[in-house]
Design a protein around this ligand. Structure first.
Ligand code: NAD
Ligand code: DAU
Length: 337
């Protein structure tokens, strides 16, 4: 039995990964460690709480003794680190927690992986560590790191630490760098679910700047299958870019959402831009396609259709998530913008 410690497994991508593993890979036991910040939500794991191959533990990746105890108690073979502060706008408003979780937290996990001689450490990184592209070209695994926001700087720092542990102590590591994920259970601070939620409620859609910023959209399930392939098939030391080959401007994505929900374009409101906003991300995913035979399972049009349908039929999830502190966050970010 493979025994893995998944961190951040109550967040968006982590919970989709845990669901996929428990559904598709019966020979794997998952310990799911999550601090349950504003972004962590046990409702993301509904139906899997009592799965025999799943143990949820509330805790912080910065807590070294806790990590050691979990590794020993559950005889963990590998760590997959999804846990992070993940939202760029929050990192601009309050950067410190990004250093604590994304840098110190990753360091704490690396020390535990090294000291307990784990077979593998997988760091879930981001294409944002490469910085911003002009109109042409794509990020490859060789593109130098040039992060622009406090969020991406903290993720790049974590990547350097992962490589340093491999180089200095021979820890068996992989880094994955993916593009923008979308799909079920995404917290509506991120652009796509925020726009879906606002459109459903006939609220303005706050488009930063000219709306011509480009992101390369990756369906979350496809990201999860890629991470599983890296865990089970990759050679140690390798880094893989993961992308959906779906470059779209923000206005193109919003247009698709409005059409699908039959809402008017007049809901769009251009607002003050994000400081230091990266213009374009695009991933060359050739390496993982060639070496690990991974391929995305859906086109963007299929994926966004499934995603919007999911939000429509999970209205309870959405209304729970946007109650309480969400409204305060929304006002602080968007009022008078
Ligand atoms: P998310 O914000 O939805 O979830 C993060 C999870 O980590 C939450 O459940 C939160 O409670 C948990 N967490 C935060 N701090 C913690 C701590 N100190 N200890 C334990 N748990 C903690 O994030 P996401 O969108 O699911 O992203 C997951 C990972 O993927 C992150 O590392 C992020 O940098 C990376 N990533 C995300 C995207 C994307 O489009 N969402 C793209 C590229 C990379
Ligand atoms: O590229 C991978 C990264 O993608 C991940 O590492 C991050 O964790 C994830 O948050 C995401 O970062 P982005 O900044 O690209 O995602 P976000 O959803 O915040 O924004 C997507 C685009 O939409 C970006 O150009 C900013 C714009 N935007 C965003 C919001 C929240 C708006 O125009 N209006 C908004 O209200």
């Amino acid at each position: 039995m493979r025994k893995i410690l998944v961190t951040g497994g109550a967040g968006f991508i982590g919970s989709n990964f845990v669901r996929m593993v428990l559904t598709e890979h019966e020979n794997c036991f998952v310990v799911n460690l999550d601090k349950l910040t504003y972004a962590g939500n046990l409702e993301n794991l509904a139906g899997f709480e009592n799965h025999p191959n799943h143990k949820f533990i509330k805790g912080d990746i910065c807590d070294g003794p806790l990590i050691d105890k979990i590794i020993e108690q559950y005889e963990i073979n590998a760590i997959i680190n999804f846990a992070a502060e993940s939202h760029v706008d929050r990192s601009i408003a309050e950067p410190k927690i990004f250093i604590e979780t994304n840098v110190t937290g990753t360091l704490t996990l690396l020390e535990a992986a090294r000291d307990n001689k784990l077979e593998r450490f997988i760091q879930i990184s981001t294409d944002e560590v490469y910085g911003s592209l002009g109109p042409d070209g794509k990020f490859t695994e060789q593109t130098p790191l040039s992060p622009n926001s406090p969020y991406s700087a903290s993720k790049a720092a974590a990547d350097h630490l992962v490589k340093a542990f491999a180089h200095t102590w021979g820890l068996k590591v992989n880094i994955t760098r993916c593009s923008n994920n979308y799909g079920q259970y995404q917290f509506p601070e991120k652009m796509l679910p925020l726009m879906i939620n606002n459109a459903l409620n006939d609220k303005e859609l706050p488009v930063y700047g000219d709306g011509l910023y480009v992101r390369d959209w990756l369906y979350v399930y496809d990201h999860c299958t890629a991470v599983w392939k890296v865990l089970t098939e990759a050679q140690p030391g390798e880094t893989y870019n993961i992308g959906g080959c779906n470059e779209k401007t923000n206005l193109e994505v919003i247009d698709l959402i409005l059409k699908r929900l039959d809402k008017p374009n007049s809901l769009i409101k251009h607002v003050t831009d994000r400081p230091g906003h990266d213009r374009r991300y695009a991933i060359d995913a050739g390496k993982i396609i060639r070496e690990l035979n991974w391929n995305p399972s859906v086109t963007f049009e299929e994926g966004i259709g499934k995603t919007i349908d999911w939000y429509l039929s999970n209205n309870d999830w959405l209304s729970n998530v946007v109650s309480g502190d969400y409204q305060k966050y929304y006002d602080s970010m968007y009022e008078n913008r």
